[in-house]
Design a binder for this molecule. Structure first.
Ligand code: PLP
Length: 377
């Protein structure tokens, strides 16, 4: 039996999503004019309407994409390009963005954009918004961080940017299906989501994009999805995404309470049995995330030892070519490099049970002891 604690990386597909995908899997091109195309189109329209209802926006504002990454690229690079024509300008992003946003900003920088970073405090929460007081081509801030789960002051970011007429992109990939979202009320220009984080299929996502100002595309082609995302739309993927979203929104309140309880049990149990643990997840965080450091132990050792015992968790930071790198999110929050290299991120979701938590609590003291004995490189 495996205990899976990596829901922030990807969550197992919900049964309802699998059933919806299978049912719609024969759907053909929704842009075709003949009967089978029209049938596909009506399935796609229904999925779009469902997403719009759950996200508090108009159906036309829903742009289906291949991933959260693609939605973030359009939201940041596409908005910057729409504003600047692809040269110069200014891009403001937080210092703890996922690479899908951070690299989009960096790419705009290669085309002459001035890129500036909103700092974060020791709690991993954006701490100073004054960079937003000068107009920018686009500003971007994640709603909750994928490593720490820290919830960001997104309403303030949007309000502050609005004062100078700066369009705002919100990376809500970790939040959709976990916190209530009302796109209209939020006032952001674009918002990115990814289906596999809430029990939909991997390889599907969406961008919410106001009619105006619309982002420029990053893929060019047949002009589907208002010309914002060309490419034949995956009707079956959209149908599965929509029902997974619906189920996660329906369960949201109950799951929030359940996972919050499990998280507290995990946190208190680990802190009660293991010395010298650093908690990186602040109070104001998603109920699903618990990000810890065990100074003196290498993250790789911890992850491999856990894996050998059937517990699947991640270090939280990117692992490049097998080399454990310190998390940039933690470095931005002022954590020292060694502590930032001794992390384990436990993230929970719809399949997580109390038994999973008990399994971690039973094994963790010995795992940390062994990893600390092995030491750090
Ligand atoms: N943004 C955040 C905050 C994420 O956590 C992720 C995935 O880990 C992404 C964007 C990218 O989503 P996708 O895997 O669908 O490309």
């Amino acid at each position: 039996m495996t205990s899976y604690f990596d829901h922030a990386a990807t969550s197992p597909m919900r049964d309802i999503a699998r059933a919806a995908w299978l049912e719609a899997s024969a759907a053909l091109n929704p842009a075709s004019q003949y009967a089978s195309g029209r049938r596909s189109r009506s399935l796609l329209d229904a999925a779009r309407e469902k997403v719009a209802r759950l996200m508090g926006c108009e159906p036309i504002e829903v742009v289906f994409t291949s991933s959260g990454t693609e939605a973030d690229n359009i939201g940041v690079f596409g908005q910057w390009r729409a504003r600047t024509g692809g040269r110069g300008g200014r891009v403001v992003v937080s210092a703890i963005e996922h690479p899908a946003v951070a690299e989009s900003a960096r790419l705009a920088g290669e085309f002459g954009a001035e890129v500036e970073y909103l700092p974060v405090g020791p709690d991993g929460i954006v701490s100073d918004l004054s960079l937003l007081d000068r107009p920018a081509s686009v500003a971007s801030c994640m709603w909750a961080n994928n490593e720490t789960g820290a919830i960001q002051p997104i309403e303030q970011v949007v309000a502050r940017a609005k004062e100078t007429g700066t369009p705002v992109h919100v990376d809500a990939v970790q939040v959709v299906g976990k916190l209530p979202i009302d796109f209209q009320a939020l006032g952001a220009t674009t918002l990115a989501a990814s289906a596999h984080k809430f029990g939909g299929p991997r390889g599907t996502g969406f961008l919410l994009a106001r009619r105006s100002p619309a982002p420029a595309p990053v893929l060019v082609g047949g002009g589907q999805e208002r010309g914002i995302r060309s490419g034949t739309v995956d009707t079956a993927g959209a149908c599965a995404l929509a029902v997974a979203l619906e189920e996660s929104c329906t369960e949201m309140a109950a799951e929030s309470a359940r996972l919050g309880g499990l998280k507290e049990q995990l946190r208190a149990g680990i802190l009660g049995t293991i010395d010298d643990v650093v908690v990186h997840t602040p109070e104001n965080s998603l109920p699903s995330h618990l990000y810890l450091s065990f100074p003196g132990a290498e993250a790789d050792s911890l992850i491999m030892l856990l894996d050998s015992l059937g517990i699947e968790a991640s270090a939280g930071s990117a692992c490049h070519n097998g080399v454990n790198r310190a998390s940039e999110t933690l470095i931005a929050a002022g954590v020292d490099e060694k502590t930032a290299r001794s992390t384990v991120r436990f993230t929970m979701g719809h399949t997580t049970t109390e038994e999973d938590v008990v399994t971690v609590l039973r094994t963790m003291p010995d795992v940390v002891k062994r990893a600390r004995m092995a030491g750090m490189a």
